[in-house]
Design a binder for this molecule. Structure first.
Ligand SMILES: Cc1ncc(COP(=O)(O)O)c(C=O)c1O
Length: 250
């Protein structure tokens, strides 16, 4: 039905000429060289100051040294306060794990979840393809659930049920439900009401929620982003104590 295809190059904006955020690069470069005098001649003052703040919180100002596995402590603290401010919840530092981008976090979780062929991961269709790729790579079972184009690519509880039942009928042990919000490639933003249903579903089926929220700042419709974390805490007991959640952001 289409006369032409517009190449949007999903998830790769710099390839289309979008300029990267300079600040992050300057902070990183300043951390790695740790020569404030020289850096001040090249980079913006706020980037060099930020680098100095990080380095003064790292042992021996050694940004290249191995850190604890969950990441450099001062950055973990910044992530904690970001989530607390965003969601108005209390966050334990032990629940934060820094990775090299969201993909590494997703990969760690998928490796953890898939033990054998019968372990299934519920994946939205259409989706950001790492989920199907990793399910195949780790030799698990894909359990597709279809987003509804007529609802702007939203999800429905009935479709989740259909997909889950179809999988269990073929002997699959469903372990997790992937929710990409805002959606890639659809741009759909789930409401808190939608998320309540997702959480109820995960609770009923006792499966983990993998919430891919990397596009939380990229919203092009008149809706507000609400995290699964916030939805869980607002739903309260028994959901907040029982539903397991891993959220990804980068
Ligand atoms: C939905 C979604 N999740 C995760 C990622 C990967 O994020 P990162 O580049 O931080 O690894 C992408 C990148 O395109 C994405 O579209």
């Amino acid at each position: 039905p289409f006369d032409k295809i517009t190449y949007l190059n999903v998830g790769n904006p710099q390839d289309l000429g979008q300029k990267p955020i300079t600040f992050n690069r300057e902070v990183l470069a300043s951390c790695l060289t740790d020569d404030p005098e020289r850096n001040r001649m090249i980079y913006s003052a706020d980037a060099v100051d930020r680098a100095d703040f990080y380095l003064s919180n790292i042992n021996n100002r050694a940004a290249g040294a191995y850190s604890d596995s969950p990441g450099i402590d001062i950055i973990v603290k910044e992530v904690k306060s970001f989530i607390e401010k965003r969601d108005d919840v209390e966050v334990g530092e032990d629940n934060i794990f820094l990775t090299e981008g969201a993909n590494e976090g997703i990969t760690l979780m998928m490796r953890l979840l898939i033990r054998e062929k019968s372990d299934g991961i519920m994946i939205p269709i259409p989706q950001y393809p790492i989920y199907s790729a990793l399910t195949t790579k780790y030799n698990g079972s894909q359990v597709p659930y279809y987003l509804d184009e007529n609802k702007g690519w939203g999800m429905s509880y009935e479709e989740l049920e259909r997909s889950y039942n179809e999988a269990t009928d073929r002997g699959v042990n469903v372990r997790a439900l992937v929710v990409i919000n805002p959606g890639n490639p659809t741009g759909h933003v789930l409401t808190q009401k939608d998320l309540n249903k997702v959480i109820q579903f995960a609770h009923d089926k006792q499966i983990l929620v993998l919430a891919d929220e990397v596009y939380q700042r990229n919203i092009y419709v008149d809706k507000e982003f609400c995290s699964v974390r916030k939805t869980l805490s607002e739903l309260g007991s028994p959901y907040n104590d029982h539903v397991e959640l891993a959220s990804f952001h980068s």
